[in-house]
Design a protein around this ligand. Sequence first.
Ligand SMILES: Nc1ncnc2c1ncn2[C@@H]1O[C@H](COP(=O)(O)OP(=O)(O)OP(=O)(O)O)[C@@H](O)[C@H]1O
Ligand SMILES: [Mg+2]
Length: 270
Amino acid sequence: MESPREATPVPPAADARVLLSSPTVLERCATGIEGLDNIVGGGIPRGNMVLVAGSVGTGKTTLCLEFLVRGAERGERSLFVSVTESSQKLIQNLSTFEFFRTDLIDQGSLVFVDLPVVYDRLGLGHEELTAEEIDIVIRTIRDLVRSLGIRRLVLDSLTSVCYRIRRDEQIRDFMLRLGQELSAVGCTSLLVSEIGPTPGRYSLHGVEEAIVDGVLLLWNTRRLGDIVRVLQVVKMRGTSHSRAQYVIELTPIGILMAPHLKGGRETGGQ
Ligand SMILES: Nc1ncnc2c1ncn2[C@@H]1O[C@H](COP(=O)(O)OP(=O)(O)OP(=O)(O)O)[C@@H](O)[C@H]1O
Ligand SMILES: [Mg+2]
């Protein structure tokens, strides 16, 4: 008679290792900014939420817009949720960039929504949003993303939304839920975070950077009297990446990146 031990098929050790490791290849959402895609292994893992943190005028909005335009060009419908600037003014300012194609807006591949207008329509006029109102904001964004089949989303800026949420636990909850909703439909998102001169902080409250899947940091630095823009990938879950500094140029054809050569006279700056 066979013993129960003999009857149970046990895979050889090598097979067990294969089963344990069973690597799943992450689908990547190419940002379309070549230098950045090279750093992060082809793109942001699809469905991930990434913070674009930086001080004023460092190119946060331009980077986010290029990400959406490149997506829309590939047939991925893209949504820009504007909080700080009216989208009309934004589109006007961006029209100086050659890569910015207004025909994508006409086709409905690139969609702009002004969150303050949404707040007004929903009657969310108070200074501070209640838990219920936060829930309404999340559901409104979710419904837009689902109904329009949005694959890329930008929120510019998360900081402005957080001014009306304020409490750390509510910000955490807002971001976790928004992240889940977007990830569930494979929508990759960039959230703009305005930061001041405090070193080591990537957001207003500090909770934001812990929740997101990735952080891109942009800042200004001085070199021999000039101000240059610098970008660094601080974190990108699911990705082995360089954390080196890159100089970025906002050119009419899009963002160009080059290694930030060490040496020369450089002074920190924001
Ligand atoms: N056509 C253009 N070509 C190159 N650079 C441009 C062009 N138009 C604007 N810029 C540069 O882009 C900068 C603005 O970049 P952007 O708005 O993306 O920065 P930001 O970090 O979002 O700024 P803010 O903190 O004000 O939101 C301008 O200060 C200008 O230097
Ligand atoms: Mg901006």
